[in-house]
Ligand binder design. Structure first.
Ligand SMILES: NC(=[NH2+])NCCC[C@H](N)C(=O)O
Ligand SMILES: [Mn+2]
Ligand SMILES: [Mn+2]
Length: 300
């Protein structure tokens, strides 16, 4: 296995939604031993620390985009850091924070990867715009923004062009999809392995199929965006928008191991860990264990 230079970037933001506390996610994941775990595999970790997240109350507010100004600021900074890491041939590993940060991550990656593949491991499709969102929460919008849809202040971070192509995106674990998102998935023909497919085909087939699909698309990089609410809340209770009937702990490790074996992965992010809602840091612990499987830990 290739030993990586991992650029670890924390994004302590909870402005993309309403449950306070997810801004403590990066600390919780660090306390759960992320760095030690990655170093034990043989990787080098360059810890960039946490980016500065400005006070939302002092920045632009928008009736349908909660804390717009703060999210734009944080994502712009993150985009630059991710871009810098990729330029230096490092592997960006981003710790959230709520899922709005993926706007910054994908923007930074898109400066380099012109045909980026994305695996979105999540109970949700995160593909709303201000017009379709039931909540006004930007953490439910990053995929729409990355495809070039949504408020100009969000879509223009790191350049106006769309950051990902709809046909290079694979969603795994979906089970709570809003009407507007469903319409967009249909319209764009986006590949979704919902819980139905996970149950029916099993995780091995889902992952092998997903990776073959992305290989056929000739992607030049592969990003994993893992929302801890993709797993069933019995394993990861510390998330702001839990949805029952999720992916199991074992299926998730298997998915990470298959991703590792593929040798395709070029970046990853772990989001929505909310210590305030967690029990004994269980969710951060799962995040770190999954990082281990994803980045080459072996059982024997
Ligand atoms: N990253 C997340 N946990 N997203 C949850 C989004 C929930 C819902 N679809 C919304 O737009 O508000
Ligand atoms: Mn989610
Ligand atoms: Mn999400």
């Amino acid at each position: 296995m290739e030993k990586l230079q991992i650029s670890l970037i924390g994004v302590p933001i909870d402005f993309g939604q309403m449950r306070r506390g997810v801004d403590m996610g990066p600390s919780a994941i660090r306390y759960a031993g992320a760095i030690e775990r990655l170093e034990a595999i043989g990787h080098t970790v360059i810890d960039e620390g946490d980016i500065h997240v400005p006070n939302a109350a002092k920045l632009e507010v928008h009736p349908k985009l909660r804390n717009l100004g703060a999210v734009v600021e944080a994502c712009s900074q993150l985009s630059m850091l991710v871009n810098k890491a990729v330029k230096q041939k490092q592997f960006p590993l981003i710790l959230g924070g709520d899922h709005s940060i993926a706007i910054g991550t994908l923007s930074g990656l898109a400066q380099h990867y012109k045909n980026l593949g994305v695996i979105w491991y999540d109970a949700h499709a995160d593909m709303n715009t201000a017009d379709t969102s039931p909540s006004g929460n930007i953490h439910g919008m990053p995929l729409a923004v990355a495809m070039g849809m949504g408020h100009e202040k969000l879509t223009s971070i790191g350049g106006d062009a769309a950051k990902i192509k709809p046909e290079n995106l694979v969603i795994i674990g979906a089970r709570s999809v809003d009407a507007g998102e469903r319409a967009l998935i249909k319209e764009k023909g986006i590949k979704v392995y919902s819980m139905h497919e996970v149950d029916r085909l099993g995780m091995t087939a889902v992952m092998e199929d997903a990776l073959q699909y992305l290989k056929d698309r000739k992607v030049d990089g592969l990003h994993l965006s893992l929302d801890l609410d993709g797993l069933d809340p019995m394993y990861t209770p510390g998330v702001g928008t839990p949805v029952p009937g999720g992916i199991t702990y074992r299926e998730s490790h298997l998915a990470m191991e298959i991703l590792q074996e593929s040798n395709m992965l070029t970046s990853a992010e772990f989001v929505e860990v909310n210590p305030v809602l967690d029990t004994k840091n269980a969710t951060a612990n799962v995040a770190v264990e999954l990082m281990g499987s994803l980045l080459g830990e072996s059982l024997v």
